[in-house]
Design a protein around this ligand. Structure first.
Ligand code: PPS
Length: 285
């Protein structure tokens, strides 16, 4: 299929939902408000999961909102043209999603008290998830084989660029008091403990029952059943629902079912080279 891409700051983007004008506006003009909560991720790292958790926390675990309003209306993606428009029309307090690297993030953040939650995921699982997503999304280029897509991914030639640059750029902020980072793997291992930590970070004290409800309704199973969160509402012009499901597997380590030994070794070499000097260790290291 012929899908039109444009290049912004060295990264390729489909022209259907992104634009240079939007990226520019987001970086230079968008006003982050002190009570904004920002869900920040590299694509396929748990954006929807965290968006569901944050929406449920904001309603003390009551699922009415998440079951009646589609996820991207509760928490617009401000780096898309439609999402930016929605965010600008939304009354505070806002929940906002964004995928951009630090250098393209709203500059107004630096003077604000807004809280940012950065979720990262094992990049091998990100690769596999991104690959399947690209197969099903009509607005993304046909990824070819996994081998071909892996090369593009490792060199950062995919929407939102290099996973390595994204993580390295954002990790510089890790000690800021209004920045919280968490991994998809920790969320899997201890969802309750993670929800408690997120509540604490947000200054939102929920009781035990409310915490349990957040965990329950943000589980993969519940989200897969919730048509407001499972992507089934995505327009046919965006996604070919016959070619794949957004709520695909929702597990850690699926890369083992997809990468060959040689591909895995190659990935490890690139990872080591790009991440050397990082002082943080991740659950997959
Ligand atoms: S996007 O398009 O960038 O916003 O995608 P994103 O939401 O970041 O990532 C999609 C992957 O997250 C999985 N997912 C979940 N895993 C566990 N629990 C819950 N509740 C959950 N919700 C979404 C989703 O299945 C995608 O991962 P894969 O590996 O493809 O299954």
């Amino acid at each position: 299929s012929s899908v039109e891409y444009f290049t912004y700051e060295g990264m390729p983007f489909p022209a259907t939902i992104f634009s240079e004008e939007t990226f520019n506006h987001v970086e230079k003009e968008f006003q982050i408000l002190d009570d904004d909560v920002i869900n920040l991720t590299y694509p396929k790292s748990g954006t929807h999961w965290m968006a569901e958790i944050l929406a449920l926390i904001s309603k003390e675990g009551d699922p009415t909102w998440t079951q009646n309003v589609v996820l991207w209306d509760r928490s617009p993606w401000i780096d898309t043209t439609d999402g930016l428009k929605k965010a600008l029309e939304s009354p505070p307090p806002r929940l906002l999603n964004i995928h951009v690297p630090f250098r393209l993030f709203p500059k107004s953040f630096l003077q604000s008290k807004a809280k940012v939650i950065y979720t990262l995921r094992n990049p091998k699982d990100v690769l596999v998830s991104y690959y399947h997503f690209s197969v099903a999304m009509k607005i993304l280029k046909d990824p070819g084989t996994l081998q071909e897509f892996m090369e593009e991914f490792l060199s950062g030639n995919v929407p939102f660029g290099s996973w390595f640059d994204h993580v390295k750029g954002w990790m510089e902020l890790k000690d800021k008091p209004n920045f919280f980072f968490i991994t998809y793997e920790e969320l899997q291992q201890d969802p309750k403990g993670c929800v408690e930590k997120i509540c604490h970070f947000l200054g939102k004290e929920l009781n035990r029952q409310q915490i349990d409800s957040v965990v329950k309704y943000s589980s993969f199973k519940k989200m897969k059943e919730n048509k407001m969160s499972n992507y089934s509402q995505a327009d046919d012009t965006l996604m070919d629902h016959k070619k794949g499901q957004f709520m695909r597997k929702g597990i850690s380590g699926d890369w083992k079912n997809h990468l060959t030994v040689a591909q895995n070794e190659h990935f490890d070499r690139v990872y080591q080279e790009k991440m050397q000097g990082m002082s943080i260790t991740f659950p997959w290291d």
